[in-house]
Ligand binder design. Structure first.
Ligand SMILES: [Zn+2]
Length: 163
């Protein structure tokens, strides 16, 4: 049996929002923004990522039909239902480690102290928030403000649905 936290994904350009939601839950998810399908498949194989796509032609490739590469054909065009399908198919642990990955770059976030972000966040945020995370790639600072809470509602919905 595979460890739950061993799941890594590569999302096709047609399931962009799904890739963000998986990142939100802490799953390492590469977003393949168009280009050559063969490159996407090669990357998935090399990095042992599960391929997520809405493209039925890709699912017919021998590398997938033979089981060499694991892939999920995403059925719905609604992110909520897409997420539910991935959760159900892989029996994902929804409380895995939410908000540990940059939603934009898929990099693991690093904890920052309040003093470290003093000049990087708006004054009202600095006054009211105590927990901060920074992306080492894009240097975005994340905090548990309103944006985080709005996202958290979505994640919480899934945590409930998995239990
Ligand atoms: Zn980033």
């Amino acid at each position: 049996m595979r460890l739950i936290n061993a799941f890594k994904f590569i999302a096709d350009s047609n399931v962009g929002k799904l890739s963000k939601w998986l990142r939100m839950m802490g799953y390492d998810t590469l977003f393949f923004n168009g280009g050559d399908d063969s490159l996407m498949i090669a990357t998935a194989l090399a990095e042992r990522r599960i391929l997520l796509t809405r493209d039925t032609r890709i699912m017919k490739r021998r590398v997938i039909t033979s089981g060499q590469l694991e892939a999920i054909l995403v059925r719905s065009d609604k992110p909520e239902l897409q997420m539910q399908q991935v959760i159900d198919t892989l029996n994902l642990d929804c409380s895995f480690r939410p908000f540990t990955i940059c939603l934009e770059c898929n990099q693991p976030l690093i904890e920052r102290s309040k003093q470290q972000v003093k000049d990087l966040v708006p004054p009202y945020v600095f006054q009211t928030q105590n927990q901060y995370m920074e992306c080492p790639a894009c240097h975005r600072i994340y905090w548990r403000g309103t944006h985080w809470q709005a996202m958290n509602k979505n994640v919480e919905k899934f945590i409930r649905s998995c239990q």
